[in-house]
Design a protein around this ligand. Structure first.
Ligand SMILES: [Zn+2]
Length: 125
C-alpha cells in the first residue's frame, strides 16, 4: 500500500515538528496532496490513524486538501494549471501535459508532492 509508506514519511516529519515545538495536544493536521500523486485520501486517513497511535497525534483530525498540477512550457513560457482529466488510465501512468497555448510538451512544476500545510496544536509554555 503506497499510501502507508507515504504517510510513514509524513508522520516522521510530524514527529520532528512535534519535538521542535513541544506539542502537548494536536487537534488537526492539514496535508496538501498533489493531484498527481494519485494517493487515495481514505487510505491516507487510515494510515494516519494507525501510525499516530500512541503519539501526540493520536486522536487528531487529518484534513486533506488537493494541490493542483502546475505546468511550465519551455517553448512559450506558459505557466499555469495543467489540464488534468480524471481518467482511470491516468492512475497507472504519469500523465504528460501538452501546452494549452503551443501544444509543446511541458514540465510539471508541482502537483506530485505531499506537503504538511498546518498543524493545529497546543504547545508547552
Ligand atoms: Zn507553450
Amino acid at each position: 500500500m503506497h499510501e502507508f509508506s507515504v504517510m510513514s514519511d509524513v508522520m516522521e516529519a510530524l514527529k520532528e515538528e512535534s519535538l521542535k515545538h513541544s506539542f502537548k495536544g494536536v487537534k488537526e493536521v492539514v496535508l496538501e496532496v498533489g493531484v498527481l500523486t494519485f494517493l487515495a485520501h481514505e487510505q491516507l486517513r487510515f494510515s494516519y490513524k494507525v501510525l499516530s497511535e500512541g503519539t501526540v497525534f493520536d486522536g487528531s483530525e487529518l484534513s486533506i486538501e488537493d494541490r493542483p498540477a502546475m505546468i511550465r512550457c519551455e517553448s512559450c513560457g506558459y505557466e499555469g494549471e495543467g489540464g488534468f482529466r480524471d481518467e482511470p488510465g491516468f492512475h497507472r501512468v504519469m500523465p504528460t501535459f501538452s501546452c494549452p497555448k503551443c501544444d509543446e510538451p511541458t514540465s510539471v512544476v508541482s502537483g506530485n508532492e505531499c506537503i504538511i500545510r498546518r498543524i493545529v496544536a497546543d504547545v508547552e509554555e
